[in-house]
Design a protein around this ligand. Structure first.
Ligand SMILES: C[S@@+](CC[C@H](N)C(=O)[O-])C[C@H]1O[C@@H](n2cnc3c(N)ncnc32)[C@H](O)[C@@H]1O
Length: 452
């Protein structure tokens, strides 16, 4: 092992978590990608993997709350790595019952000695032991309710204000708390290969405990095991996908034999879902602006044994220049978005997103939809979806789109469970993370007029 590798993984889970947290902060690296890379590269085993995941996500998820607790105990300037070490250690003390406080402190002191020197170790020891003696301050001290909610749930204040204005205090409070709960692990059954019961049996044979979701019939929730390491995954029986992400293909409801365009397709979760729904009959053109991401779609469709998907690098904002007019029976625009519905899966989004990013996305989404209409057949079906909870990118994008396109009508969302359809309005559905314990997601369906 080289010196560099030893730095990230020498069997010390807390040290590895600290390295990931620092990289996320310093280089705006994505926590989920870095965590997966670390786990796969060093073949970290199940017990350590679970703790590493919990420490990394937990510390990131609660960053503002931890800083609020730490602030009275920190005097003067401090290196970034020491600050993250304190956050990481305080996270264990405050949120993890199964880690004894003294173990969290001792580990922190050892890391501080190794990465720094005795002086830093003594500061770390002093801060953590003072907190253990005195306890942390209550958030009740924060008088402004929005600010208090922002600190308690560790979200930026501007975002909390926006959410409260759009959805009200009660829904926002539920959502922000839910964003700090680890996501359920869900997979989609490849229904062209096996039934749900058969896949449950295959997983059980491998010692993986799973159960069918009560919402989406093709969705299984895994209670143990790592899905991507199972034989069922390698043999193409399952795809890892959040339950909300299974809505767009269902809402579009593509039929066997249709010609379908998936305009923003990579890495192909919804393309392959649509191919499964079409029973692998017909054709799907899967396009994305980033050519290098198209390989991921090809890999997944090969793994799943789906032969109807073709990929092409296309900027959806210019799709009508490259694709035949009115040639697709159905189009899915699973648009680039702010991702505010997936903050518990990617907690770094909370701290990196800027308010000005949101309006820019609204404009891009409209350009994509404009092009989608041009290549959609008369009478064809269009679904627009995002993994965000933001009216500007969801309901307001739809309103602006409909205002510019009298030939498009909102239409009934199809093929979704009753409990979700009950929440839909005018062919639009906003799912919040707290609704079915899945990602925040938006989906809207439209039909193109048969007339000119
Ligand atoms: C939400 S992700 C799509 C996820 C995908 N549908 C799935 O289920 O796996 C949005 C995708 O849009 C792509 N994208 C961004 N701008 C685009 C554009 N102008 N034209 C086409 N694709 C674009 C991104 O590269 C990204 O892969």
């Amino acid at each position: 092992m080289t010196k560099k590798k030893e730095q990230i993984w020498d069997g010390n889970v807390r040290d590895a978590a600290l390295t990931i947290l620092l990289a996320v902060d310093k280089h705006q690296a994505y926590s989920n990608l870095l965590l997966n890379q670390t786990i796969n590269k060093y073949k970290i085993e199940a017990k350590d993997r679970a703790l590493l995941t919990e420490l990394t996500y937990g510390t990131l998820q609660h960053k503002y709350t931890l800083d609020y607790y730490l602030e009275p105990f920190i005097k003067g300037k401090m290196d970034l790595w020491v600050k993250w070490l304190l956050r990481l250690s305080l996270y264990q003390i405050e949120y993890l019952d199964r880690v004894p406080d003294h173990a969290a402190v001792n580990e922190a002191v050892e890391i501080a000695k190794r990465r720094g020197h005795k002086g830093i170790a003594s500061v770390v020891n002093g801060v953590l032991r003072s907190i253990l003696r005195q306890g942390v301050r209550s958030t009740e001290e924060i008088k402004d309710p929005t600010k208090r909610l922002a600190i308690e749930t560790s979200h930026p204040e501007w975002l909390v204000e926006r959410f409260v204005e759009a959805y009200g205090i009660s829904k926002t409070t539920e959502m922000l708390h839910e964003n700090n709960v680890p996501p359920l692990l869900s997979v989609r059954v490849n229904t062209t290969k096996a039934t749900v019961e058969e896949v449950l049996a295959l997983l059980a044979e491998e010692g993986v405990e799973a159960e069918q979701s009560k919402v989406m019939p093709e969705c299984l929730h895994l209670k143990s095991g790592q899905a991507s390491r199972t034989k069922a995954f390698k043999d193409g029986y399952i795809t890892i996908q959040d339950e909300s992400s299974m809505m767009p293909a269902n809402a579009l409801n593509p039929q066997p034999g249709w010609r379908v365009l998936d305009m923003c397709a990579a890495p192909g979760g919804k393309t392959t879902h649509m191919a499964e729904k079409m029973n692998n009959e017909g054709s799907i053109l899967a396009t994305d602006i980033h050519p290098h991401k198209l390989d991921l779609i090809d890999e997944t469709s090969t793994r799943l044994g789906l032969g109807i998907i073709q990929t092409a690098p296309v900027d959806g904002r210019k799709a009508a220049q490259f694709l035949e007019a009115e040639s697709f029976d159905a189009v899915l625009v699973d648009a680039p978005c702010s991702g505010l519905g997936v903050m518990r899966r990617k907690p770094d989004i909370k701290y990196t997103k800027r308010e000005e990013d949101l309006s820019r996305l609204h404009d891009i989404q409209l350009e994509l939809l404009d092009n989608a209409v041009k290549v959609l057949k008369k009478g064809g079906r269009l679904v627009y979806s995002t993994c965000t909870v933001n009216k500007e990118e969801n309901e307001e994008t739809v309103q602006a789109f409909l205002a510019a396109h009298p030939e498009m009508e909102p239409t009934q969302l199809e093929n979704l469970p009753k409990e979700l359809l009950e929440k839909s309005q005018g062919g639009m559905l906003q799912v919040f993370p707290q609704d079915i314990g899945s990602d925040g997601f938006f989906v809207a369906a439209f039909q193109k007029s048969e007339q000119d």
